[in-house]
Design a protein around this ligand. Sequence first.
Ligand code: SAM
Length: 205
Amino acid sequence: MTDVPEARDRFAGYDAAPRAPWDIGRPQPAFVAAADRIAGRVLDAGCGTGDLAIWLADHGRAVTGVDFLAGPLAAARTKAVAAGVAVNFLEMDALAIGEIPERFDAVCDCGLFHTFDDARRSAYVAALARLLEPGAHVFLLCMSEAEPGTHGPRRVSESELRAAFAAGWVVESVEPARFEVVPGIPGAEFTPGGARSLFAVVRRA
Ligand SMILES: C[S@@+](CC[C@H](N)C(=O)[O-])C[C@H]1O[C@@H](n2cnc3c(N)ncnc32)[C@H](O)[C@@H]1O
């Protein structure tokens, strides 16, 4: 299974806009708060323009960033050069990350999981399972069902998260969090302070 062309078109549309709602220019606070636990070799899945990947690299992690769009990756590479850090940015479908031969201690998913339909959600978790060895972690921020409305990404419940990672994983924690967005973008108005979200920490069993 691969990504769908509609998804590429949708994200390419955001990329062509002056600013995507999630592109806040810094890592989401939920990841900064968890940074002590995000150790070693890290893969940022759906890295966008790279703020989290670059921040982690600047804080000593060996980071690979993956996105299926060339535009955000070009911006990410420019930012990494400006920041003076090395990040291995790869243009690829996140559903294929199981084929990456390199080993990782952690995957960060900031707003990717919640883009998938049910079938691709399963395929993505299977790819994570192929990529990660026992003891490695997934840190995942997704929009929660507590966020009102239906605009923007798919809402995810805690039980859906736990079901997605039921077999072969240990869900260490699922906590309420916020997904900060760029203010003032029409159609991307969420709860003040950031869209209500869930931050999950999951370990490969
Ligand atoms: C909501 S954005 C979040 C970007 C970034 N993580 C951030 O927080 O700023 C989701 C990102 O995932 C990428 N993406 C969506 N589906 C993907 C897929 N199947 N494979 C790789 N990247 C994907 C999009 O191009 C976009 O950059």
